[in-house]
Ligand binder design. Structure first.
Ligand code: FES
Length: 232
């Protein structure tokens, strides 16, 4: 990872992003089965060495912070469990691949519903097609709630992605989703401690998650909309 690429959480304020991290929209595209099936690139934002992303959901200049968090008295208290992913995840053993699942991290992106569910396809992973679907759907889980493991190597099967930030859009649910932090970007709490580094993480940007700084799917209930054209 590039030097000094990190996201720092400001107490009751925005996410400060450092190190020229790429920022673009990514849209969840629904397939024939009626579930999100792939991610498609949307608008790309100009490169900047550092920037501040709104975390309260109320900026008039989304995705950037415009200071509104102060006037609305935003409470951005970080309440997420700091237990390491593997210690909180449940494990499902399949014939060819295994699955770990930390339900607390769910961002309701629904890629796991495809083709009978990620869990079913892990259980049926003797069948190469089921194995492929399990891997694809788990890797598309932006929150990293789901991780598939290669039984032979004991290693996770992961997206190979550059450190970057995506602003997720969910046209099926007619809402804007969380911030997708990809590629093992360091995330620093407002108290100065570091979160576990992971390849996929979703950060709340509607301000309503009960699992801050992570997304808990609340953007669907509060109908969060950042005005992206994919929702029009
Ligand atoms: S966090 Fe600053 S305006 Fe939302």
């Amino acid at each position: 990872m590039g030097k000094n690429q990190k996201v720092v959480i400001v107490k009751d304020g925005p996410y400060l992003v450092f190190g020229n991290l790429i920022l673009a929209v990514e849209i969840a595209v629904v397939g024939e089965e009626g579930y999100p099936e792939k991610w498609e690139k949307g608008k790309a934002y100009p490169e900047q060495e550092k920037y501040a992303l709104c975390r309260c959901g109320k900026s008039k200049n989304k995705p950037y912070c415009d200071g509104t968090h102060t006037s609305i008295g935003f409470d951005g208290t970080e309440t997420a469990d700091r237990t390491k992913y593997l210690e909180q995840a449940e494990k499902l053993i399949g014939p060819k691949i295994d699955l770990t699942d930390a339900q607390n991290l769910c961002s309701s992106a629904r890629f796991c519903h495809l083709s009978g569910s990620t869990w079913t396809n892990v259980e049926n992973s003797e069948d190469p097609e089921a194995k492929e679907i399990a891997i694809k759907t788990a890797c598309n889980c932006p929150a990293g709630r789901l991780v598939v493991w290669d039984k032979k190597t004991g290693k996770p099967i992961e997206l190979k992605v550059k450190p970057s930030i995506s602003l997720l859009e969910d046209p099926q649910a007619k809402v804007s989703g969380p911030i997708w932090l990809k590629g093992g970007v360091e995330l620093e709490s407002a108290d100065g401690t570091k979160y576990e580094i992971r390849n996929r993480m979703t950060l709340c940007r509607c301000g309503k998650s009960d699992n801050k700084p992570f997304c808990d799917g609340s953007h669907i209930d509060c109908k969060f909309n950042d005005g992206d054209e994919s929702l029009k």
